[in-house]
Write a protein that binds this ligand. Structure first.
Ligand code: PEP
Ligand code: CO
Length: 442
């Protein structure tokens, strides 16, 4: 497969732009801009994912369903980073395994939709497809796809990543100072005591080690953080796909870990074929409608050499069908013999709509799907490789349940997502505590 052969295959979920010339001009602009990540960071992630495939590490991937240009703010970014750091801390502590941290951020701006258009009061407009494509307001101005949004999205992603890198370099993620990660919310959370106890234990072990070693432990000053987004908008992904000096092949330098959504995982579709051309580790969403034969073909195309850390399979069955569904796909991969990272997305198979029309997910279903997935791997002798959540560092009310037992009525209070419902910061921390607990019992 060469650089552009994917263009011969059908590309689903692409916006229809009113003006192709404008699209070409915007994509040319994108092509000329510097990338966001480097090939050596991507290789470092691949090495960590190889460890996750063999059970030595866990992947924690999380962030908004869709980022928005308006929410590219200091508080929103720091909040997400904090909650992911806290979750990874309790996972490392509870499981005694290092965690690969991957944000769904700095480029999560394009969304697949089940319908092309939306009708309200007899007016039909294109669906909202993420800020990289159009705006969420139900007006012709907002909903008409505008290709210059791609350039703005690249700039917003760069601002986001720049701030994340500065926070990490400046000591935000220093294990000597986990209190930086707290700022505010943990104190009155129902899980505060458990979290603070973990933090204290970690600080004790670090100071114990430093006393023994007689010096400051350098490795604890900073942690790795990687980015991911759905590689949905193929013109945008291709514009950031580049060669690099002294390394073979092509690299998608807009993110470390692009993924293919469930609606675009057809082995004969342009997404899978484009992903075959890049050297990044790649993730593929799979679920109830993924037949073993399709999975084998996906592996043949994306994972032909069984390169360690290359392929992440993110399954999203829903709590009701994960037992049989996952077992069937694990059998398929076992029979094939290639190594993959198995990751559980307990969000997308558990979405329900309330009587008042809100999309929500119940905490117990989310936790239940993770727990069942761990159980399936235990029975089959394979490795549970990690989790993929939709979450935010803010105090929203979008998913029901959790320690505060949010009800459907609570959803009216602080429901902000334009797309899927996210775990709020307390629910996210709680699920990390419970999942770490479940894994450590192995
Ligand atoms: C998503 O991750 O937001 C998403 C759309 O997931 P899926 O492709 O699994 O439906
Ligand atoms: Co989503």
């Amino acid at each position: 497969m060469t650089q552009s052969d994917w263009r011969d295959f059908p590309a689903l979920q692409q916006p229809t732009y009113p003006d192709q010339e404008e699209l070409h001009a915007a994509v040319a602009r994108l092509r000329a801009l510097p990338p966001l990540v480097t090939s050596w960071e991507i290789e470092a992630l691949k090495a960590q994912l190889a460890e996750a495939a063999s059970g030595k590490r866990l992947l924690l991937q999380g962030g908004d369903c869709a980022e928005s240009f308006d929410e590219c703010s200091s508080d929103a970014i720091a909040g997400k980073l904090k909650v992911l750091l806290q979750m990874s801390l309790v996972m490392v502590h509870g499981t005694r395994r290092p965690v690969v941290r991957v944000g769904r951020f700095a480029g999560q701006y394009a969304k697949p939709r089940s319908k092309d258009t939306e009708t309200k009061d007899g007016v039909e407009l294109p669906c909202y497809r993420g800020d990289n494509v159009n705006g969420p307001a139900f007006t012709p101005e907002d909903r008409t796809p505008n290709p210059w949004r791609l350039v703005k999205g690249h700039e917003r992603a760069a601002l986001t990543l720049n701030f994340i890198r500065s926070l990490i370099d400046g000591g935000f993620a220093d294990l000597h100072h986990p209190e930086y990660w707290n700022l505010g919310f943990v104190a009155d959370s129902p899980n505060a005591d458990r979290y603070l106890q973990i933090v204290e234990e970690i600080q004790d072990s670090i100071s114990f080690m430093e006393t023994i070693a007689g010096r400051h432990l350098g490795q604890t000053d900073r942690v790795d953080f990687f980015t991911s987004h759905e590689g949905l908008h193929l013109e945008a992904e291709a514009a950031l796909t580049r060669e690099v000096p002294r390394r073979d092949g092509l690299w998608n330098l807009s993110t470390h870990l692009p993924w293919i959504g469930k609606r675009t995982n057809d082995p004969d579709g342009a997404h899978v074929r484009y992903f075959a051309t890049i050297r990044n580790p790649v993730a593929v969403k799979i679920g109830d409608d993924t037949e073993p034969d399709r999975l084998r073909r996906i592996m043949d195309i994306l994972h032909p050499d069984d390169e360690p850390g290359r392929l992440v399979l993110v399954h999203r069955f829903g709590v009701q069908s994960v037992n049989e569904g996952l077992e069937r796909l694990i059998e398929c991969v076992q029979a094939d013999g290639r190594q993959v990272v198995w990751v559980c997305d307990p969000m997308h198979g558990n979405t329900v709509t309330t009587a008042s029309g809100r999309k929500t997910r119940h905490f117990d279903d989310i936790l239940g799907e993770v727990e069942r997935s761990i159980g399936v791997h235990e029975r089959m002798g394979t490795h549970f490789g990690g989790v993929h959540f939709e979450l935010t560092g803010e105090d929203v009310t979008e998913c029901t349940g959790g320690a505060r037992n949010l009800s459907e009525n609570d959803l009216e209070r602080a429901y902000r997502s334009q797309v899927d419902p996210r775990l709020n910061r307390e629910q996210a921390l709680e699920i990390a505590l419970l999942v770490a607990n479940r894994i450590s019992k192995k």
